[in-house]
Ligand binder design. Structure first.
Ligand code: ZN
Length: 532
């Protein structure tokens, strides 16, 4: 589940530390809350009966004008002859005619987002028409359940956030989808969900998508995020970005965020330029602009102008998880390299160094008698992300073993590995690939499976770097398990060459168990696997 960024507390903390953040909430007056499809309204924290707000066919929100006028101290008179409502509200006089796209405010014509309408004997006008009467409006949510806010005073970001946070308790839950102004992102993904729609931030080659900074901070594209959240921005000649959300103003430039003339000074505040785009940490954006941010464990990010309840947060982060990462989009395939008959002293050490330098994880099928020769190597495999597996104790042909010998071949190696690493192997590769039902039954009894291979360059026979390399590259592809032996410099050099070539072609290297998991294949006890 996501880590909630409790931004209100952070803003208060920042305000205490800096002593200078704007306290814009003070200017907000009482807010009238309405709900699409809801039969209640709330004014100043008090719940009233009200006709439901509605959507016009073109998607514009309609509000019951009589309820709004009465709550805010105005009045509505109906003129049957002209099918018009005469509204006196907030010091303005307005006339709305049913079915007309034009209204008159203080004697001037104005165009509406949708005509006034009557439903069930209730007169409706567009929510946005209230702004012609000097009122502030906002909406939060989609479809049935969306909350609407109306205020005589300008709605500051803080006042709006506060009102919307109270709405579920006063009016009932918002059953709608994520707010249309919520922005869903994911680090490492070039896709974003804005206004409910998925769009690309950049091409596959472009680097201007959210990313995790070295420090682990989630970095989001600043201008794009501000605009998606309903704020405004201007890019200065020096590349810095002036951003505004409601009454908040902040100047972002590489390395600093200035709010009200004061630099935000916090380890989580970070601004960087990348590929010509300014990126800010989630914390910097939420703190400077008074918006709300939520981060999931898999890089998912949700930004919202107001707080999301737990259900909406979960829905937003779940949506973020569906955004494909650039890695998802560009990877050609996954390959498991396996190395048998080790540990093999200096060869293994060179191989492990090379794998580490390339960020590659492999699978090592070890023999107990080899572990006894090089016990110090055993701790490196697991610590460096490799999978340790069983290749019998003495490299015996398992199909020729007595039941007692077969058990010893499996158990001695498992025991040594478990004692040294704390992990019991679940994979066994029989020497020479020789197995029969007796071997599989013995594996099943131990919760283990039999792993063979799909690519065998016979490196132990070729003993030539180029020939081994070509033998693998001429056939290898997605899902293959490659059999190698870290028993010669030729094999080790070839393995590293193969990795360099295939990584450049878009392949990734994973352990055998990871490859099975990637393909959704549960490894069954007693099963035989050659590739995935
Ligand atoms: Zn072997």
């Amino acid at each position: 589940m996501g880590t909630r960024i409790r931004i209100l507390a952070l803003v208060l903390l920042a305000a205490m530390l800096l002593g200078a953040l704007p306290v814009a909430a003070a200017e907000g007056g009482p807010v009238l809350l309405l709900q699409a499809g809801g039969s209640r309204a709330a004014w100043n924290g008090r719940v009233l009966d009200a006709p439901p707000s509605r959507y016009a066919a073109n998607g514009a929100l309609l509000v019951p004008v009589r309820t709004v006028a009465e709550v805010l101290g105005g009045s509505v008179a109906w003129e049957g002859a002209t099918k018009s409502a005469v509204v006196s509200l907030n010091g303005h006089a307005a006339r709305f005619t049913r079915g007309s796209w034009t209204c008159w405010v203080d004697g001037r014509a104005a165009t509406l987002s949708t005509p006034a309408d009557t439903v069930d004997n209730v007169l409706y006008i567009p929510l946005t028409a209230l702004e012609l009467l000097g009122l502030s409006t906002a909406s939060c949510g989609y479809y049935e359940g969306a909350y609407l806010a109306v205020s005589a005073a300008p709605l500051s970001q803080e006042a709006l956030a506060q009102a919307m946070a109270q709405a579920p308790a006063l009016l009932g839950p918002n059953a709608g989808l994520l707010d249309r102004r919520a922005l869903v992102l994911r680090t490492g993904s070039r896709w974003a969900v804005r206004g409910g729609r998925e769009e690309a931030l950049c091409g596959l080659d472009g680097g201007s998508h959210p990313y995790a900074a070295d420090s682990g901070l989630a970095m989001v594209p600043l201008a794009f995020s501000v605009e998606a959240l309903g704020g405004t921005y201007t890019v200065q000649a020096d590349g810095s970005v002036l951003a505004a959300m409601g009454t908040r103003r902040a100047a972002f430039s590489a390395g600093s965020v200035i709010v009200d003339g004061q630099a935000l000074d916090h380890p989580y505040v970070r601004v960087e330029a990348r590929e010509g785009t300014l990126f800010a940490s989630l914390y910097a954006v939420t703190t400077a602009l008074g918006v709300y941010g939520y981060a999931g464990s898999d890089g998912g990010l949700v930004l919202s102008p107001w707080p999301l309840d737990a259900a909406l947060e979960a829905r937003g982060l779940a949506r973020a998880s569906q955004l494909r990462t650039v890695e998802d989009e560009t990877v050609k395939g996954y390959i498991a390299l396996t190395f048998d008959d080790g540990p093999s002293g200096a060869y293994t050490t060179r191989l492990l160094d090379g794998l580490k330098a390339r960020g590659v994880h492999a699978t090592f099928f070890l023999c107990n008698y080899r572990i006894q020769a090089y016990p110090q190597l055993l701790s490196r495999y697991g610590a460096e992300g490799h999978e340790v597996a069983n290749h019998s104790a003495t490299h015996a042909t398992l199909t020729a073993c007595s039941p007692a010998a077969l058990a010893a071949e499996m158990d001695n190696t498992n025991r040594t590995i478990e004692a040294a690493t704390g992990l019991r192997p679940t994979l066994l590769r029989p020497p020479g690939g020789a197995y029969n039902q007796t071997v599989l039954d013995a594996l099943e009894a131990r919760g283990m499976c039999c792993v063979l291979w799909s690519v065998d360059p016979q490196d132990w026979r070729l003993r030539n770097r180029e020939k081994i390399r070509e033998a693998v590259l001429s056939t290898v592809g997605d899902g293959d398990i490659v059999l190698l032996h870290d028993m010669s410099n030729a094999s080790v050099d070839a393995a590293l060459d193969i990795i360099d070539t295939l990584q450049a072609r878009g392949y990734r290297f994973v352990t055998v168990s990871e490859l099975a998991a990637l393909r959704g294949v549960p490894l069954a006890a007693g099963g035989v696997y050659r590739g995935f």
